[in-house]
Design a protein around this ligand. Structure first.
Ligand SMILES: Cc1cc2nc3c(=O)[nH]c(=O)nc-3n(C[C@H](O)[C@H](O)[C@H](O)COP(=O)(O)O)c2cc1C
Length: 209
């Protein structure tokens, strides 16, 4: 079993990484492989609404070969659970992560049934507003949300400060254990013949009709 943790910060080993690594440690201690994938610090285009993913129906973004988004889709689809981590930028998750997630969730349907969790790092505020934004991706995709003992936000401007946020670190460890527990429960369910429910054909009822 494997959980992929996406570090959506432009800093490879900054505060977000520090929070994710704390959760990853507990995943590993509980027998679940954990891989932190850095989104990088090069520009990632937002969705251009070209519809290429719908036409191709291959679960990939039409231009996702160029900026690593398709490679990330493949990694997420292979994972048993996913954690998205981001710094707070002006009370929202980092722009690059949002650009990638818009494209990933528009075309990658097989994420349904995989547990997801959001982790935020901020200096001072905007943590829960950003937490809400990331959780909305899971809740449009049939993904159970894994929670912790408090909203998953750490505070600091440097990794050292984040480590001083002892409650934040505990929240991350609890999240890691809870994620390990749920991916194991889902696996045990599959072994017992309990699989994710079949999806109905898509119905789209636009607001004006
Ligand atoms: C462009 C930008 C905007 C930011 N906006 C906020 C903010 O709205 N609220 C906040 O508390 N911190 C804000 N910060 C600080 C970062 O969220 C914080 O230092 C975070 O822990 C950095 O994580 P990282 O090291 O993984 O990048 C901002 C930082 C940057 C670069």
């Amino acid at each position: 079993m494997k959980v992929v943790l996406v570090n959506g910060s432009p800093n490879e080993h900054g505060c977000t990484y520090t929070a994710l690594e704390e959760a990853a440690g507990q995943l590993r201690e509980n027998g679940v492989e954990a891989e932190i994938v850095w989104l990088g610090n090069k520009p990632i285009n937002g969705c251009i609404a070209c519809g290429g993913c719908f036409r191709a129906r291959n679960g990939h973004c039409a231009f996702g070969e160029n900026d690593g988004v398709n490679a990330l889709i493949d990694k997420l689809e292979e994972a048993d659970g996913v954690i998205f981590g981001s710094p707070v930028h002006f009370s929202s998750p980092a722009g690059n992560l949002i650009s990638a997630l818009d494209r990933i969730f528009y075309c990658a349907k097989p994420l349904a049934g995989k547990p997801g969790a959001a982790v935020l790092s901020c200096r001072r505020s905007g943590g829960t507003a950003s937490f809400d934004v990331l959780n909305k991706y899971f809740t449009i995709a049939g993904m159970p949300i894994v929670s912790s003992k408090y909203w998953c936000v750490v505070h600091g401007r440097t990794p050292e400060q984040v480590k001083e946020d002892q409650e934040g670190m505990q929240i991350m460890r609890t999240l890691g254990r809870n994620m390990a527990w749920l991916v194991k429960c889902i696996e045990a369910g599959k072994q017992a013949g309990i699989t994710y429910p079949a999806l109905e054909p898509v119905v789209m009822t636009n607001f004006i009709r």
